[in-house]
Ligand binder design. Structure first.
Ligand code: 6PG
Length: 247
């Protein structure tokens, strides 16, 4: 399903309402909602709206379990941290049970200055994989809701074009590097993303328009853009007019 909105703000309002109603429905149906948050800048306004009236009071936050689709291996106070963004925009402002908040913990050193005493990123990825399997055991490994964005290059979460992580068929997380970046990242992989009950892409801005056309109109094209490989049973695209301008 694709829904187009006039501008970034109306997209954020719609996305926040969509998330709130999905969470309410899941909690009513199964007593909890497991949600994987996206990083990047696009979802920040959506998170802020979820943390404010009227939506904030409609969600039973103690029944919400939060994960991250990906994380950069930086300190939690680093401006690049997805956990930091979500806590400042949303989690610090709602009565969520901190025991239900599951950030990705990975070494904060860049690959260029790795501290040998620190566990390496791959073991951090394995730890998050184990956490996910433990926390999702009662729902057969299914996240209720996954929020994703796309990069100009067609990446989603931290699944970048031509990454070996795209070929992962069993593990639910992977250690990756974005080309040209000197830090590691950890990402959820397609086996986990594609078993989610719902995936919602939130895409805004003209810079995404040509990539979105390849993803939606051409199935990801010859380059198999990673966002096009997300094939969960229910994938929703919430986009603004600028991003939809080439569809
Ligand atoms: C991240 C996200 C990433 C993001 C896209 C879009 O860690 O940055 O997981 O996949 O969704 O890069 O980012 P913007 O919303 O900033 O355009």
């Amino acid at each position: 399903m694709i829904e187009v909105f006039d501008d970034a703000e109306s997209l954020a309002v719609a996305a926040a309402n969509y998330v709130a109603s999905a969470v309410i429905g899941d909690v009513n149906a199964r007593g909890r909602c497991t949600i994987a948050l996206s990083g990047g800048s696009t979802p920040q306004r959506t998170y802020e709206l979820l943390a404010r009236k009227p939506l904030c009071g409609t969600v039973s936050w103690p029944h919400v379990h939060v994960f991250w689709g990906d994380e950069r291996c930086v300190g939690v106070d680093d401006g690049r941290s997805n956990e930091r963004m979500a806590r400042r925009a949303l989690l610090d402002h709602v009565p969520i049970d901190e025991r239900n908040v599951h950030p990705i913990r990975c070494p904060q050193s860049s690959r260029l200055a790795r501290d040998p005493r620190q566990p390496d990123t791959s073991s951090a990825a394995l730890s998050y994989d184990a956490l996910l399997r433990r926390e999702l055991a009662e729902s057969n490994g299914q996240l209720d809701l996954v929020l994703l964005g796309i990069g100009d290059d067609g990446h989603t979460a931290a699944l970048f074009p031509h990454s070996p992580a795209l070929d992962e068929t069993t593990r639910w997380t992977a250690q990756v590097q974005k080309p040209g970046e000197d830090i590691d990242r950890i990402t959820m992989t397609l086996p986990l993303l594609n078993r989610a009950r719902r995936v919602v892409f939130i895409v805004s801005g003209a810079s995404k328009a040509s990539t979105l056309r390849v993803i939606i109109n051409d199935g990801g094209g010859v380059d198999r853009l990673p966002a096009a490989l997300v094939s969960a049973s229910n994938v929703v695209w919430l986009i603004d007019k600028d991003a939809a301008s080439m569809l």
